[in-house]
Design a protein around this ligand. Sequence first.
Ligand SMILES: Nc1ncnc2c1ncn2[C@@H]1O[C@H](COP(=O)(O)OP(=O)(O)OP(=O)(O)O)[C@@H](O)[C@H]1O
Length: 439
Amino acid sequence: MIEAVGLTKRYGDKTAVYNLSFQVRPGAVTGFLGPNGSGKSTTMRMILGLDNPTAGSVTIGGHPYRRLPNAPRQVGALLDAKAVHGGRSARNHLLSLAQLSGIPARRVDEVLGVVGLQNVAKKRSKGFSLGMGQRLGIAAALLGDPQVLLFDEPVNGLDPEGILWVRNLMKALAAEGRTVFVSSHLMSEMALTADHLIVIGRGQLLADMSVTDFISANSADFARVRTPDTEPQLREKLTSALTEAGGHVLPEQDGALRVTGLPLPRISDLAHGADVRLWELSPHQASLEEAYMRMTQGAVDYRSTIDQKAGLQQPLPPGAQPPMPVPGQGQPGWYAPPPPQQGAQPVPGGPAAPSGPAAPAGPYGAAQPGPYGAPGTPGAPAANPYAPQQVQTPGTAPQAAPAPQGQAPGAAPAAPPVPQQAPAAAPAPADLTKPEDAR
Ligand SMILES: Nc1ncnc2c1ncn2[C@@H]1O[C@H](COP(=O)(O)OP(=O)(O)OP(=O)(O)O)[C@@H](O)[C@H]1O
């Protein structure tokens, strides 16, 4: 388990991460979301001991990364797929990582097979596509068969097949009881991959809850209503009736109306009372993307000057009313109806992330073979569920996690000032933005 308590990082005047407390539990894929510059990479670097917290602490299995016994075999990470010596072949890159951690060379060939790079293993990585580079980074993370895995934007540059493969890989790793912490900007992908979400904005915790709870806490149910396309006056008539009855009516792209604040039977009765025929009346819930946009739109640092709501808002048609602002939720958008009496913040305390089975001893712990064994091998484990190409040999090697750079080992972070359990939802973020980026 990864546990952050009061984690704070300042770069000069810039507060990149502020008072973050959360837990990432084993047996689940935990998605790490936040707008650009919200502090995701900084948090991951602190977890991996690559940056010292200004305050607070973060531990893996109860230890700071740098005090973990045999850390490279316990924790694997993909932070920057481009951090590879381009003149080296994929195999040599992995071999050098393996040697640093005492991992046998045969393990390199196994992970090359797992990520599907075995046929280009001897090619120099500088000729690799973005997707191939991502696969090489994932291979490095898997090298030590670690129980804890961190991936920063692992699907960046992957084609649809690659994205599906990464999704299945993450899920399979979590199903084995591993701790899988993955950042992404692809909400639709996170909705399919993650069980649990940690969302930050401007370095502060916005939400810590299951995907399902996140969507329901940050989006209201709404109804889609469609009147006959051939009779636009019916649409206007219905809009007036619904608005008079207290509903919020907003246009959808296809000419339908999105209605919040009125239950479906009431909408039906009002349409009947106004003598308006309906072609559609259906219940809906916002997607993860909509819920995420709603939550983070007040914490977005970078927004185009020519697109006030990041391209998601459409002009309102004549007669339509803009939605009421929601306190603490930034700018309202037509795509994000106000939540029902939830207040400004998401509902705290989604169910805890599912606890997976106790982590099996990896192939390097002698007790059990790992997931990379070839099928049919006597005594070998079941076929690797996520290998594009089945590997041939039961593994025997630990992992290469990123080596701390330029940091004195053992430099422990300051004691956490607020040793509380991770809150499910943090208070509204303070404005920590500074005009200067110290970088
Ligand atoms: N070494 C550094 N020196 C100064 N500022 C930094 C440094 N590293 C990060 N920052 C700043 O801290 C903030 C958080 O950056 P970080 O890279 O952690 O965000 P992020 O959520 O990973 O962003 P993205 O989604 O764009 O990758 C940003 O404003 C960034 O400019």
